[in-house]
Write a protein that binds this ligand. Structure first.
Ligand code: PTT
Ligand code: SF4
Length: 610
């Protein structure tokens, strides 16, 4: 990178837990230009340095925490970071995005990322303070839930520290354990919290006193102000501030995509009692990620009177999808998941699978649909790996294989699907199928566009729209790194972020340049999967069998289900549009054109010649 380019510190902190040793990696400037930061850096680091075939829960796995050139700066919602590793749930690339003061603090400490390797010999806290990093004993914190441990860490290290930590779920290697921050921010759905637990790392605490330098501070300040003004003057802003993501419950019910009873249906009779409108009446306070100008952390009291920050995904997956028809009951399950450090989506998907298997006489379970108290006990059992909880800690793919009925296990590549039913949404099903981490909606929330543009349409137009979304949601925002809600919820233009990036770095990237970076990252992540799985099969890009096999029996779309042949056509178009081979592997030529030469060498092994 030329001297003139700013925006990056151009160094990444590596910490070897086995030896208690730190080193600074001055990465090549090309890496910033080609991968920008966040998910881009994570993918590049895992491709280059993670030993192929590594045990995701062994010391060889790398835990990456990465920020980007905009993280920690003024502008709409730039207080986020990416956590990534090889996933113990899917065996492939896994990551998540968390709003946390640790994001701001890592930049203030002067690092573009942190890579943790090896494993500590006893429970530890990794403390990073500016240039220095060291381990401290965490024996007194091990076993504590993520809320209690957070309070102790704040007491010990001060309010100005950025803190990432795990709960008992991560300690006990639940395959969908997350990393938690600030009692209500949680990320790393594909078990990144379990990776941290396998390293005996209870928490990462970061402090720093630097200010990230930007290339043109006047241009940057102007661009930031413009973007913030656009958010606040958006027609959607006031409703967003009232309901945040919880507005989606009523929309999903109307669109018949609200998952209920393990995605058997897309409507739920008691939806009003778990809706955003109801939430507005009982909301106690509003929280946010750092640097946010449109907070969405709506806090309510659960059925035990405790405070909990809720979101659409949490309430749909732990509410309607489990037959739980009271907000306070679903909020209880949400709070326990946060305290235990478990992903609410995979938890809801796995519990729903178990309830259905029990109903079909295939599994013994002391709980049935809607029984919130019994389900709450099960969540603790999962986190502590007690009794049947130990089986459910493995996630729905493994549980269903053990049970012997896999067609109603709602996952792709092992990651449970987020809260949008796809019986009548082939585009969203394709979004789940091709997400780079398994069935997550974050890369392409196509469902809203699809509802407006033709539900049962399997056209190439839908595929192209999907790829466009993957480029800016899974690419741009995961590399810069900031929250995507200003764009997707208040509708401000992507050009704001292009301007912020250029002013911060001194580069002059167009949106298309960012899209090329996104394509590069997608191709590389796919090659990580190929390397870890020893090849690829189209079956790994297929949505759950239930959506093809069993039609909806209720609601306005009664009778709808996916068509396998037409879906396969869409998938084929997706591969073509991406320049991937018919076997789902990026073609060597495409990889070379993206500058990924060693990945191209691996792809040659699988070249189909077409
Ligand atoms: C995210 C996934 C989501 S997406 C939700 S609700 W969502 C669930 N939240 C959980 C939670 O809470 N507790 C818990 N124990 N498990 C949870 N699992 C689920 O995790 C999150 C927001 C949200 S709320 C969304 S959509 C947006 N996601 C963004 C993203 O992915 N990238 C980005 N650049 N910006 C985003 N902005 C929004 O952030 P994962 P958070 Mg989360 C309590 O982590 O693994 O990516 O999965 O991070 O700080 O809580 O913000 O209706
Ligand atoms: Fe965090 Fe919500 Fe603000 Fe995004 S909009 S930064 S998720 S509080």
């Amino acid at each position: 990178m030329g001297e003139k380019v700013l925006g990056w510190f151009k160094r990444i902190l590596w910490f070897d837990l086995s030896r208690g040793h730190q080193r600074e990696w001055r990465y090549p400037g090309e890496m910033a230009r080609m991968f920008i930061g966040g998910r881009g850096f994570a993918a590049k680091i895992l491709w280059d340095f993670m030993p192929p075939g590594v045990d995701p829960l062994g010391p060889g796995n790398l835990l990456v925490v990465a920020v980007g050139p905009l993280t920690g700066l003024a502008g709409p919602n730039l207080g986020k970071l990416v956590v990534a590793a090889k996933s113990p749930l899917t065996g492939g690339y896994g990551d998540g995005n968390i709003g946390s003061w640790a994001a701001v603090a890592l930049r203030a400490a002067g690092w573009d990322g942190l890579v943790v390797e090896g494993a500590a010999s006893k429970p530890s806290v990794l403390v990073v303070e500016n240039d220095k990093a060291w381990l401290e004993d965490a024996s007194d914190l091990w076993g504590l839930d993520a809320f209690k441990a957070y309070d102790r860490l704040v007491e010990r290290y001060g309010r100005d520290s950025g803190i990432l930590l795990i709960g008992p779920g991560g300690e006990n290697l639940v395959r969908y354990a997350t990393i938690v921050s600030q009692k209500g921010r949680s990320g790393g759905r594909p078990g990144i919290g379990a990776v941290m637990g396998s390293k005996k790392l209870k928490a990462i605490v970061v402090r720093g006193d630097k200010r990230p330098e930007v290339y043109d501070s006047d241009a940057y300040a102007k661009a930031a102000l413009n973007a913030i003004r656009s958010v606040k003057s958006s027609p959607s802003f006031s409703f967003w501030m009232r309901q945040g993501t919880m507005m989606t419950i009523e929309w999903a019910q109307e669109a018949s995509v609200l998952p209920s009873f393990n995605f058997r249906e897309g409507v739920f009779e008691e939806y009003e009692a778990i809706s955003g409108s109801y939430m507005e009446k009982v909301r106690v306070e509003l929280r946010s990620c750092p640097l946010c100008v449109m907070p969405c952390g709506h806090v309510v009291r659960d059925n035990r009177g405790e405070l909990v920050e809720i979101d659409y995904e949490n309430i749909a997956m732990l509410g309607s999808n489990l037959g739980v028809g009271r907000l306070e009951d679903a909020a209880l399950l949400n709070r326990i998941a946060d305290m235990m450090g478990l992903d609410t989506i995979s938890l809801g998907g796995t519990l729903a699978y178990a309830l259905e298997a029990a109903e079909r006489g295939r599994l013994e379970l002391d709980a049935s649909w809607g029984e919130a108290s019994k389900l709450a006990s099960l969540v603790y059992d999962i986190a502590e790996r007690r009794g049947v909880g130990s089986l459910l800690a493995e996630g729905s793919m493994r549980v269903s294989r053990r049970v012997g009925e896999t067609w109603y296990a709602m996952h792709v590549k092992g990651l449970e699907v987020s809260a949008y039913d796809c019986h009548a949404a082939p585009g969203m099903a394709l979004a789940y199928a091709t997400s780079p981490i398994g069935a997550h909606h974050k890369d392409a929330w196509l469902i809203s566009w699809e509802v407006q543009h033709g539900r049962m349409d399997y056209s190439p137009l839908k595929v192209r729209k999907l790829i466009e979304m993957q480029r800016f949601r899974g690419g741009l925002f995961e590399t810069l790194v900031g929250c995507r809600f200003p764009v997707v919820e208040t509708g401000i233009g992507l050009e704001h972020y292009v301007a912020l990036f250029n002013a911060a770095t001194g580069l002059s990237y167009s949106l298309d340049d960012h899209y090329t970076v996104a394509d590069r990252i997608y191709a590389l992540i796919r090659m990580i999967w190929v390397r870890e799985h020893g090849g690829w099969s189209i079956e790994m890009d297929m949505p759950p069998e239930r959506w093809f096999r069993e039609p909806l029996t209720k609601g306005p779309l009664k009778g709808a289900r996916l068509d396998r042949d037409r879906f396969l056509e869409m998938l084929k178009t997706y591969y073509e549009e991406r320049g991937w081979m018919p076997n789902g592997i990026p073609s060597p030529g495409k990889l070379r054109s993206l500058g990924l030469h060693d990945a191209a060498a691996l792809a040659e092994k699988y070249a189909t010649g077409s």
